[in-house]
Design a protein around this ligand. Sequence first.
Ligand SMILES: [Fe+2]
Ligand SMILES: [Fe+2]
Length: 198
Amino acid sequence: MSEAKTLHDAFLDELRDSYDAEKQLTKALPKMARAATSPELRAAFESHLEETRGHVDRLERVFESLDEKVRGKHCDGIAGIIEEGKSAMEEDFDEATMDACLIAGGQRAEHYEMAAYGTLVAWARLMGHKEAADLLQQTLDEEKAADKKLSSLAEGGINQQAADGAHPADDEEEDEDEAPARAGRGAASAVAKRPARR
Ligand SMILES: [Fe+2]
Ligand SMILES: [Fe+2]
């Protein structure tokens, strides 16, 4: 009977998964930057692309610190997130909505990475792989900062701009709602049709 695999084997597996995920992201981020309208959002994706290239290099150093060959293993999780982002980019959204969707997709990727690196750092520390843990922690910190940056862009105007254009027929409808002629059953049913908006 072969011996059961250990946490160290699982750790190497997760490292290979993350290595592949980072490489996929170095291909996806330039497309997200190109699809962004907000100059700040484009700059955020471009600067995180640079960081992401650094994450690839850092993982290579992690493998070296463990005397392991540098190897990737296809990451289905990030592939799915990237695929969903691609579908959003193919939609005919207005500019602010596209930016809001790019942020939504970007944050899904960051949270996936934060979960992966959080685990890797914890496991590396517990198994005494200090150099690996320190390197992985640096990447984790950059993923968290990238996520915060995206939140601040969304909350700093992009979501509001998208929301302002969300119901193009509203101005007209509001006028109708306020008109005395609509004070009866017509107005009630108009309100009932869209209860959650305000
Ligand atoms: Fe990364
Ligand atoms: Fe990232």
